[in-house]
Design a binder for this molecule. Structure first.
Ligand SMILES: Cc1ncc(COP(=O)(O)O)c(C=O)c1O
Length: 371
């Protein structure tokens, strides 16, 4: 599709603000279903958008499985009608009790969790003792990122057997997230992913040999999505997040992927402190600050510009064409990293064919909703 980033009436929009181009997001969701070879093989991560309306859109398109990182994201997803929610983040401390409250408060939704150590597994089982709930559990396998999870070794096998025997828990499979893989070249990305896939499938065989269930293999993010999507193993679910909206960072780095950036920031020139310089109302409170300064965003109308210093509410941009952009000029800037950018906005403007058609809440930017 040819993206349509028109904004017919910028005066109707506050700045800085985040615009979501609805038809592009719908396009990306359809491409995700196509690549996964069926909506039932998809479990998109909601951390990218954190928006109930986007969960509802997924559900409408037949995507009933969701992944999330926080209890607030899990609650937002369930409240928006998400049928199946995997909380893919270690449950420790008071979050164990919160999880039990969440699962009790939303009986229509199936919540799944990950474990990578016996202690939290035992604590969750004990916390569920007073309930009728039985919670499906996946083991979080560490396949190279070195962030969470456990190596696919004998201790991991013993953990799966422990979970299988604990009251109120049902062992049901493996989660393996290879977020360390970002190679631009698809063949290189494939080679990098194959190591983790081989480890995951070998561990699956060991589980099956022990008589354990492996109904579910939840794999990867956006960069390795096409590789996992090719697997013909029962229970595979691809769990990309970023490509739902897609950002310029991933679009530039992975040109083989069929996703189109579907969000932009609306910003305005607020000052021209010297010839050749614009100051925009686009500080690091409006765009993710995790890429280094200077590479956090792209401004298509100013391709030659040097993106300079940024503070909380200001961004300085040097361009020989500064005189063409008087104060108040509205510009679109495309964020390099969309997930933390969404977290900076309470609401987003939803655009279609250049018109503002809706506003969506970014509900799960908060840490706590009701539980
Ligand atoms: C555990 C987990 N799964 C899936 C994803 C989605 O990955 P991506 O944003 O590359 O699509 C993430 C992203 O951070 C993640 O942490």
């Amino acid at each position: 599709m040819q993206p349509d980033y028109r904004v017919n009436d910028p005066d109707a929009l506050l700045s800085p603000s985040l615009l979501i181009f609805r038809d592009i997001v719908v396009h990306n969701l359809h491409e995700m279903i196509r690549l996964a070879r069926g909506a039932e093989r998809l479990r998109p991560h909601v951390k990218t958008h954190k928006m109930p309306r986007l969960v509802a859109l997924c559900e409408q398109l037949g995507i009933h499985k969701h992944k999330c990182a926080t209890i607030a994201e899990a609650e937002m997803t369930a409240a928006a009608g998400g049928q199946d929610v995997l909380l893919a983040y270690p449950l420790v401390g008071p979050n164990i009790r919160r999880f039990v409250r969440l699962a009790t408060a939303y009986p229509e939704t199936t919540f799944r969790v990950l474990v990578d150590e016996p202690l939290p597994a035992r604590a969750l089982s004990a916390a569920l003792a007073e309930t009728e709930l039985s919670v499906p559990v996946l083991i979080d396998l560490e396949v190279g990122m070195g962030r969470t999870g456990t190596a696919p070794d004998d201790a991991a096998l013993a953990l799966c057997e422990l979970v299988d025997g604990l009251p109120h828990l049902e062992f049901e499979g493996i989660s393996a997230y290879d977020g360390q893989i970002h190679d631009s070249d698809l063949a290189q990305r494939r080679r990098a992913a194959e190591t983790g896939i081989a480890q995951t499938l070998a561990f699956r065989e060991r589980l099956l040999a022990k008589g354990l269930n492996v109904h579910r293999l939840v794999l990867g993010g956006t960069p390795t999505f096409p590789i996992h999507a090719e697997l013909d193993v029962p229970g595979v679910e691809c769990s990309p997040g970023t490509c739902t909206i897609q950002d310029v960072g991933y679009a530039n780095r992975h040109p083989d992927l069929p996703f189109i950036p579907g969000a932009a920031l609306l910003t305005r020139v607020i000052s021209r402190p010297r010839p050749g310089r614009l100051c925009l109302d686009l500080g690091h409170k409006a765009v993710a600050a995790d890429p280094p300064a200077g590479s956090r965003l792209t401004i298509p109308e100013l391709p030659e510009a040097h993106i300079g210093g940024q503070s909380e509410e200001h961004l300085v941009v040097d361009t020989p064409r500064a005189s063409e952009f008087p104060p108040g000029t509205a510009l679109l800037a495309f964020p390099s990293h969309i997930c933390p950018t969404c977290a900076l906005h309470r609401r987003v403007y939803v655009m279609e064919h250049g018109d503002l058609v809706d506003e969506w809440e970014v509900a799960a930017r908060d840490r706590v909703l009701t539980v």
